[in-house]
Design a protein around this ligand. Structure first.
Ligand SMILES: [Zn+2]
Length: 61
């Protein structure tokens, strides 16, 4: 099964539904994986308004 990206929260997930926001609005056309561990101190996390440590895609089409 291939990794897809949730268009709602940009989280990289496996499957057809995002386990966090419950959205099935997925895209397989994405680029740039970023792993956010420390959401408090990560500039990227703030930019993407991410509040949970996870894998995220920078660009989703
Ligand atoms: Zn989501």
């Amino acid at each position: 099964m291939s990794e897809q990206v949730c268009r709602e929260c940009h989280r990289i997930v496996v499957g057809q539904t995002c386990p966090v926001c419950g959205s099935s609005n997925m895209s397989s056309d994405w680029s740039g994986m970023v792993i956010i561990i420390d959401t408090e101190r990560s500039v990227i996390a703030k930019k993407m308004s991410v509040d949970m440590p996870d894998k995220y895609a920078l660009k989703v089409r």
